[in-house]
Design a protein around this ligand. Structure first.
Ligand code: MSP
Length: 621
């Protein structure tokens, strides 16, 4: 039995690349479990209560219910368009869920894990998360998303989270449930700093689940995270015992804390078993920058899938970044992967096999003599495929795909090395046919193992070679390393090559902007500074983090998007020009206090530096 979940998505906005990423990984895993023969349930859905949603509905002059119905349907439509094969589409506004959450709340209350008190502290509506003053950035901002927090002072029920501190740590120690494994330390540190009891009800708005009637306190509604997390169990309805505990909760790194600290504590309180794994992936940026509506750089999954195909899109997301790391989305990188990997190594191998087998043997492909003549190649390919399984079990999707493609390249290299067309000329028909048999078997094995990631393309391959993608054949071809005979029929080109997008060459435009007065210019403060230190920002191809020295040895941190044009270490000691009175910002999670000036030249950025070394802090004007 395997149960896998995505987070249930907030309906304050329409789905974007980040949501698609989590869902595509979960879909791949669910397909993999089914392929292995596990009875599998895959849940996704929407998180519809809370202050953020209530506000979003109000802004659109809608009732929360009308609004959530609309956006929840948009998420569902997208998953259907992307051919996500979920079993449960869960919504927190479903009555069965509401009843279940109230029952769980009552259970915690009866256990003595809930008490009433006064909450005083900060609340981030965007993250639906509580913070103490000392946790805030710049005294008022949320440490997770950077947005302004609200100061709350209201009566609240509290959950005794602190009571479960040691039990959670013990769970980490004994079961090692966090993936990737290196994320465990952050959580352990957080817990060891001391867990505070958690406010689990709110009174200042309405859109949420009421307390169980037994508690008889109508003012309060249940905290949206307590409500949302229980969806993982409530949605199983009559199959709770069969599928709970979950095998994997897949989440983004930003919500790991809720799943790896609050959730196990809630479960311990209601005496339910804990999930086996919680896998936290990284975040996607667009060309080095956080995606946001205001920047207009949000990637719409449907648009990319329509342009490049669903499977190329899935492949790129799964292949591009190691699980747990952040990734940067670029269409040209996606195109490169289509051309170099999907088209050259994968699709082309099928066409070579079909072409050769039809030419030399009427499409009949036999495994005869494969073991006698090409055992080394077969063993090498098998070794990669077995590794691929281990990687996927641990959510390392990029390594899983990498290994499968190594197996495919064994077949492609064998064709180049043994040149079957020459073998035929030399009348070595057995050798040529066995070579085709080797390649077809490698391709069939690889396709079975790739089918969770690329279901449609692999199906086309199985039809072209006339075998079935099934659990039985997974066991035969992969686990027991059997070899098959095939009959090849023509097939469309699987991944046609795509042309790289040429960025339009930038023309130097003359004086487009409106004239400003000298008073306007005098609002700008630009100074000379020396680069004391410069580092690449992990996970970003574009950003460098500078420590700059200004007058009186004042040090400033500035993040700048020039990593593609300069090596960080080459810039140390250089003088640069900095806009110093720009409002502070957080870029990729790093504070940036100013802007380093550069000019665009031939698609590059070139730093502006003083003509000779001058004092730090010298004003430019
Ligand atoms: N509703 C909560 C989850 C409750 S689960 C019981 C929530 N929803 S969310 O819509 O804000 O986020 C859902 C997921 O999308 C998170 O796992 C988050 O990490 C992921 N992503 C949102 N933006 C992302 C990127 N730019 N990149 C990758 N994933 C990101 O949190």
């Amino acid at each position: 039995m395997r149960y896998i979940t995505t987070p249930i998505y907030y309906v304050n906005d329409v789905p974007h690349l980040g949501h698609a990423y989590t869902t595509i990984i979960a879909d791949t895993m669910a397909r993999f479990y089914r392929l292995q023969g596990h009875e599998t349930k895959f849940l996704t859905g929407t998180d519809e209560h809370g202050q953020k949603i209530e506000q979003a509905a109000k802004e659109r002059n809608s009732t929360p219910k009308e609004y959530t119905d609309k956006i929840s349907a948009e998420f569902k439509k997208l998953w259907d368009e992307l051919e996500i094969n979920y079993d449960i589409y869960a919504r927190t506004t479903d009555q069965t869920h509401i009843d279940f959450v109230q029952a769980m709340f009552l259970k915690m209350w009866q256990k003595g894990d809930i008490y009433k008190d006064q909450y005083e502290g900060h609340y981030c509506i965007s993250c639906e998360s509580f913070f103490t003053k000392s946790q805030l950035t710049n005294e008022t901002c949320c440490p997770d998303c950077g947005k302004n927090t609200t100061l709350l002072k209201e009566e609240s029920y509290f959950f005794k989270l602190s009571k479960y501190q040691d039990q959670i740590l013990k769970w980490y120690e004994e079961k090692d449930p966090i993936l990737p494994k290196n994320k465990k330390n952050e959580l352990v540190n957080f817990i060891q700093n001391g867990l505070k009891d958690l406010s689990i009800t709110r009174t200042s708005f309405d859109w949420g689940i009421k307390l169980p009637k037994e508690i008889n306190d109508d003012k309060h509604i249940i905290y949206v995270w307590l409500d949302a997390l229980f969806i993982y169990i409530s949605s199983l309805k009559t199959q709770k015992e069969k599928f709970w505990p979950a095998h994997i909760h897949l989440v983004g790194k930003d919500i790991l804390r809720f799943h790896a600290i609050y959730w196990p504590a809630f479960l311990m309180s209601v005496d339910l078993p804990l999930p086996k794994f919680i896998g936290a992936h990284g975040w996607w940026t667009k060309e080095g920058e956080k995606m946001s509506k205001s920047k207009g750089n949000v990637i719409k999954p449907k648009e990319i899938a329509d342009t490049y195909g669903i499977e190329a899109f899935r492949y790129f997301l799964l292949r591009e970044v190691p699980f747990g790391n952040d990734g940067d989305f670029s269409e040209n990188m996606l195109i490169n992967r289509i051309n170099a990997e999907l088209s050259n190594e994968f699709g082309n191998l099928l066409n070579r096999i079909i072409g050769m087998s039809q030419k030399y043997n009427n499409g009949i492909i036999t495994q005869n003599k494969v073991l006698d003549l090409y055992k080394n190649e077969l063993d090498e390919a098998m070794q990669y495929l077995k590794l691929a399984i281990d990687y996927l079990e641990n959510l390392q999707c990029n390594r899983y795909l990498e290994e499968i493609f190594k197996a495919l390249s064994v077949a492609n290299l064998a064709i180049s090395k043994y040149e079957p067309w020459n073998l035929i000329k030399e009348n070595k028909h057995d050798e040529a046919n066995a070579l085709i048999g080797l390649c077809a078997n490698i391709l069939a094995k690889a396709s079975i193992l790739l089918s969770p990631a690329l279901p449609n393309s692999c199906k086309k391959i199985s039809q072209a070679l006339n075998f079935e993608i099934s659990t039985i054949n997974y066991e035969k071809l992969i686990i027991h390393n059997e070899l098959f005979d095939f009959k090849a029929t023509a097939c469309e080109v699987l991944f046609p090559k795509v042309e790289i997008k040429q960025e339009p060459k930038q023309e130097i435009k003359k004086e487009e902007k409106a004239k400003i007065k000298i008073e306007d210019f005098s609002k700008i403060e630009i100074k000379v500074a020396t680069v004391l230190d410069c580092q690449n920002i992990e996970g970003s191809e574009k950003l460098l983090k500078f420590q700059l020295e200004l007058e009186n040895k004042e040090i400033r941190q500035v993040v700048s998007g020039i990593a593609k044009y300069y090596k960080a270490s080459d810039l140390i000691g250089k003088q640069v020009c900095v806009l110093t009175n720009l409002k502070k910002a957080k870029i990729f999670g790093h504070e940036s206090n100013g802007m380093i000036l550069s000019a665009k030249y031939n698609d590059k950025l070139v730093l502006i530096t003083p003509e000779q070394i001058i004092d730090n802090g010298a004003l430019i004007g």
